[in-house]
Write a protein that binds this ligand. Structure first.
Ligand code: SF4
Length: 223
């Protein structure tokens, strides 16, 4: 029997959690709207410290009027105009500047295409491990775990990862215990659960489908 303070150790416990989350969130997927690889990469970079919803809202007019919007189109649009497009999201000036650098590097070194390998992806301006994990997961179907604020919080609460400020540690803890069949979808399931149910301030434990398996680490019991 696992103690309430201990991290889950068995893959079978993790399997039960993801099986249940999958039934609860059958349509969990990347919520950043995009029509091609460049648009996804751009959206993920822009989503740092803001919500997917805000990024979708800012980019919608651009992607609707230019469904094939590419790195070349962004360079043609220019930093000033792009800043106007994304002005509603946080850190817009810095993000506009970095987005142009990103597009220019993609054109100079990859013919405008998004490389689907970790090393060249992480060499792009504004692209770190988390962004590369999202891109490789969504576009290449790789079993990566992009640890954002939701994944970090929920995985620690559930006991899938040890509490840590180090996102790489959390990623490694989750992947260590994650059954391979959930390798691709686990990231989306944790994000959906964190975004819509196990929220930072108001986790709804009593109505939670995984309450019987969840370690509920850091959750104050009110009943
Ligand atoms: S039981 Fe509570 S802490 Fe655990 S996943 Fe559900 S809402 Fe989050």
């Amino acid at each position: 029997m696992l103690t309430a303070t201990k991290r889950l150790q068995a893959a079978s416990d993790a399997d039960l959690i993801f099986e249940t989350l999958n039934a609860f969130w059958p349509n969990a997927k990347c919520e950043l709207e995009h029509n091609n690889a460049f648009q996804l990469l751009l959206a993920v970079v822009l989503s740092a410290q803001t919500t997917d919803k805000a990024v979708n809202k800012a980019l919608a007019p651009l992607f609707q009027s230019h469904p094939d919007f590419s790195a070349f189109d962004l360079v043609e649009l220019g930093e000033k105009n792009f800043l106007k497009t994304i002005k509603s999201i946080g850190l817009a000036p810095t993000k506009a500047k970095n987005s142009l650098l990103l597009a220019k590097k993609l054109i100079a070194e990859h013919g405008g295409e998004v490389p689907l390998e970790r090393a060249p992806l992480e060499e792009l301006p504004g692209v770190g491990r988390k962004t590369a994990n999202v891109v490789l997961n969504v576009l290449k179907g790789l079993p990566t775990m992009a640890v954002d604020t939701h994944v970090a919080r929920v995985s620690v609460r559930m006991g899938l990862a040890r509490p840590s400020e180090n996102r790489l540690q959390i990623e490694s803890d989750i992947l260590q215990i994650l059954p391979s069949k959930w390798g691709v979808k686990a990231h989306h399931l944790l994000i959906f659960h964190g975004r819509y149910h196990c929220t930072a301030r108001n986790p709804r434990c009593t109505e939670c489908p995984v309450r019987d398996f969840c370690r509920q680490i850091g959750i104050k019991k009110t009943t």
